[in-house]
Design a protein around this ligand. Structure first.
Ligand code: ADP
Ligand code: MG
Length: 411
């Protein structure tokens, strides 16, 4: 787990130990529209192996960024830019607003973090605001900025819910260049006038389609309203739907679209469905899979918070050790669960869609949709937790052929 103690080391993420706090229901609000099952099956990745070899136009050494950042990039073991990095970094460096679209796990974070760090290194009075949908993703993005910005003397303040707001307010009074956070807390800090964004020069919305949908749009409008009109805006996601296209154009104004997506889902993820006739059969099948050696690190998505708790109880009864995460858990438990899963303390994580976006957990062997996702976009993000950074992964979706449907029903 990332340290939750504020640190004064150079380029430190500043945040505090999170106390118990209930979160909103943003992730369980949407209704399932029913998905076309044929879109959940795709075994082609294994077959077309090595057909598409990407040759970047640039090496990291070609980018017009300072040697300190390049050293940090190399230090992370990146040998060459991914397609989105190759295309987006020069455009961002030259000042364009950008909509960046690339499959899950293909390095979108570095695509905006590297050029923004460079911009701020050139002028330390500039301020960057990065907003994303979940606290865990904000923590992760903050860690990424810290690792790319090591040794630069730049500072970020992590502004997320479930963490001590007084500590965040304290750090906001100190010099900082990056605000990284979730909309609710950023809005709260703006309300209290302990955060001002009228001098911010750069805005990033990661997972932009999520940030502009029903659950967040009012907060985003409020936050963007507090920022100057003249700024560079960068939007990133693996998915975009027609409903948010208009809003994206409205917010971005003149911009470059950089899409390096050749397909809807990451090509590194093979996909299949498991048809079951009863809830008992579904649980039996899941238990059987989890006891198979190949299922070495499994992320299971369930539709509701109570469904997560129930499946946890059922799997524990069957002798399977699990971690869980959902929006009603205290932040400390949420982070502990992610930490345990990341570090192989538990090989199974049961989650709501709170864990569907952005999280970069290495070596997830399987994503299992125990409950169907609400939308195809949610599906794309859920299964994108595996097969990241050129690794292979597998996604399995339970399809229920019995009345009553979802797991959340009593039995
Ligand atoms: P996305 O936001 O597109 O889902 P991330 O930014 O979370 O993807 O990156 C996914 C993983 O790929 C991370 O573990 C990251 O460290 C790694 N990664 C990013 N860029 C490169 C690169 N150029 N070379 C190797 N690994 C990379
Ligand atoms: Mg991402």
């Amino acid at each position: 787990m990332v340290s939750s103690r504020p640190s004064n080391s150079r380029f430190s993420g500043r945040y505090s130990r999170p106390p118990f706090r209930r979160s909103s229901n943003r992730f369980s609000r949407r209704k399932s529209k029913g998905l076309d099952i044929s879109r959940l099956i795709n075994n082609e990745p294994q077959e077309e192996e090595k057909q598409e070899v990407f040759t970047p136009k640039h090496l990291f050494s070609d980018f017009n960024v300072s040697s300190r950042i390049k050293e940090n990039v190399m230090g992370k073991g990146y040998s060459e830019p991914t397609p989105i990095q190759d295309a987006a970094i020069p455009e961002i460096l030259s000042g364009h607003n950008v909509l960046g679209l690339a499959n899950t796990g293909t390095g979108k974070t570095a695509a905006f973090a590297i050029p923004l760090l460079e911009k701020v290194l050139q002028n330390r009075s500039k301020k960057v605001v990065v907003i994303c949908p979940t606290r865990e993703l904000a923590l992760q993005i903050n860690e990424e900025f810290k690792s790319f910005g090591k040794g630069t003397g730049l500072f970020s303040v992590l502004c997320i819910g479930g963490a001590n707001i007084r500590t965040q307010i304290h750090f906001l009074t100190k010099p900082h260049q990056f605000i990284i956070g979730t909309p609710g807390r950023i809005k709260d800090l703006l309300f209290r006038k302990t955060l001002r964004l009228d001098n911010a020069s750069y805005l990033v919305l990661d997972e932009v389609d999520r940030m502009l949908d029903m659950g967040f749009i009012d907060d985003i409008k409020y936050i963007v309203g507090k920022m100057p009109k003249e700024k560079q805006t960068l939007f990133f996601s693996a998915t975009i739907n027609s409903e948010v296209k208009g809003l994206i154009n409205e917010f971005l104004g003149e911009h470059k679209v950089i899409s390096v997506k050749a397909r809807e889902t990451a090509k590194s993820v093979s996909q299949d469905v498991i048809k079951v006739q009863s809830i008992v059969e579904k649980l039996d099948k899941l238990t059987e899979l989890l006891n198979t050696a190949e299922f070495s690190k499994v992320l299971i998505f369930v539709k509701t918070k109570s469904g997560v708790d129930r499946l946890e109880r059922d799997l524990i009864k069957r002798g399977v050790k699990v971690s869980t995460i959902h929006g009603d858990k205290p932040q400390s438990i949420r982070q502990r669960s992610i930490y345990n899963f990341k570090n192989n303390v538990s090989k199974v994580l049961i989650a709501t869609d709170i864990a569907a976006r952005g999280l970069d957990i290495p070596e997830v062997s399987h994503v299992i949709n125990y409950d169907m996702p609400a939308t195809y976009e949610d599906y794309v993000h859920r299964i994108g937790r595996t097969g990241r950074a050129n690794k292979k992964g597998k996604a399995l979706t339970f399809v229920e052929g019995f009345a009553g449907h979802r797991y959340s029903g009593r039995y």
